[in-house]
Design a protein around this ligand. Structure first.
Ligand code: NAI
Length: 356
């Protein structure tokens, strides 16, 4: 498609979660020009595209390559950039502070993959509590597995502790309440008691959540505050038969300390979808243990979620590049500076900020 001189420009590398679904959204949109970039193109060519673009749709951390992480170095190469959009809900690999200082908006796709991640977390709780993962491994290598060594526990009526009860945490809580009549408690310092009650849970402090939960599921973002939130002390504070599940981000759990806790049966078992280093390797300290179910950060990777993320991001770009307030703005504080930057670059002023 020929590039119109006055078009709003948007770039992405290689793949947009469900590229054809995203491109379909732009098919009838004449004022936005979307360009696909390739990591193996000449770096100078990609920098030239970055210097022209108004928007940058970023790949997930696992696929994203250096030097295309949105940070202060990249901003210097992108004088026309007004906004950056993450592929999914997580945006910990985007330097939000640097972008905010430059007047650049950051948006994400929170909510678009909540069903997939919540179902994955629930699947992990079921699999671990029924010891299905140990049973599966043993039946493949032993004749006549002693099933009495694999006694599981039910979820019905148990207590679920949700850490971070946002989009995914709320849906996980809802599933557990509907299916298993679980009693839900939540630790989320950014929500009031009333907000947490509306999400079907009771607000508790972190130590109460650790001490009382039969199942713990983690759905907070990785931030300075949550890095290393779960280590030896926290696993010791949990019930001996607690099931710990994390689909949030690597680094929130100290992996060697989780491995020790699992090895000494401080807790019943764990489900882990996210790692400090991704893609993770078979040498990771958690891989040799039996009472853990591990998946390669694919809780949010389903046919439906990929499509929702792709379409959600594309629609949000149309709103944003036409001067509207994006529905999933990560850095609302940027707004006055963003309006100035956007106006200077695009020649018209975006709407005033309102939370939608
Ligand atoms: P969200 O923004 O709707 O919810 C996050 C919640 O965590 C908010 O309620 C927030 O107040 C709370 N929170 C923030 N700091 C906290 C802290 N220190 N302690 C406890 N709670 C805290 O985000 P959403 O969509 O529910 O996603 C949650 C996280 O799940 C994302 O940040 C992302 O890292 C992860 N994720 C993982 C996926 C996977 O494939 N494994 C896919 C999608 C998201």
């Amino acid at each position: 498609m020929p590039v119109k001189d006055n078009a709003k420009r948007l770039v992405f590398f290689e793949d947009w979660m469900d590229t054809s679904a995203a491109m379909k959204v732009f098919e009838t949109v004449e004022d936005i020009q979307v360009q696909k970039l390739h990591y193996d193109a000449r770096t100078e060519e990609n920098y030239a595209a970055m210097s022209r673009t108004h928007g940058y749709q970023v790949q997930p951390r696992t696929e994203l390559q250096i030097p295309w992480f949105p940070n202060s170095d990249l901003i210097e190469r992108a004088p026309n950039l007004v906004a950056v959009s993450s592929a999914g809900a997580g945006f910990d690999y985007i330097d939000v502070a640097a972008l905010t200082r430059a007047g650049i908006a950051v948006v994400n796709q929170t909510g678009t993959n909540k069903e997939s991640v919540a179902e994955h977390a629930l699947g992990m709780m079921l699999t671990v509590s029924k010891k299905m993962i140990q049973a599966d491994r043993r039946i493949r290598r032993e004749h006549n597995v002693d099933r009495w060594e694999l006694i599981g526990t039910e979820m019905l009526g148990k207590k679920l502790g949700v850490v971070g009860i946002g989009q995914i945490g709320s849906r996980t809580a809802e599933l557990c309440k509907l299916a298993f009549k679980m009693d839900i408690i939540a630790y989320d310092p950014y929500l009031t008691e009333e907000e947490i009650n509306q999400r079907g849970a009771k607000k508790v402090d972190f130590s109460t959540l650790l001490a009382e939960s039969d199942f713990i599921t983690v759905h907070c973002p990785r931030t300075d505050e949550t890095l290393g939130m779960f280590g030896a002390k926290e696993f010791k504070a949990m019930k001996k038969d607690a099931v710990f599940v994390i689909t949030a981000r690597g680094g929130i759990v100290n992996e060697p300390e989780l491995a020790s806790a699992l090895a000494s049966n401080d807790i019943l078992g764990a489900g882990v979808d996210v790692f400090w280093e991704e893609p993770t390797s078979p040498d990771n300290c958690l891989m040799g243990l039996d009472n853990i179910l591990v998946t390669p950060h694919h809780a949010g990777i389903t046919i439906e979620a990929n499509k929702n993320m792709a379409v959600g991001a594309a629609e949000q770009w149309i709103t944003l590049l036409r001067g509207g307030v994006p529905p999933r703005l990560v850095n609302p504080d940027v707004w006055p500076d963003y309006q100035d930057r956007f106006e200077g670059i695009m020649g018209f002023r975006p709407s005033d900020y309102s939370k939608n």
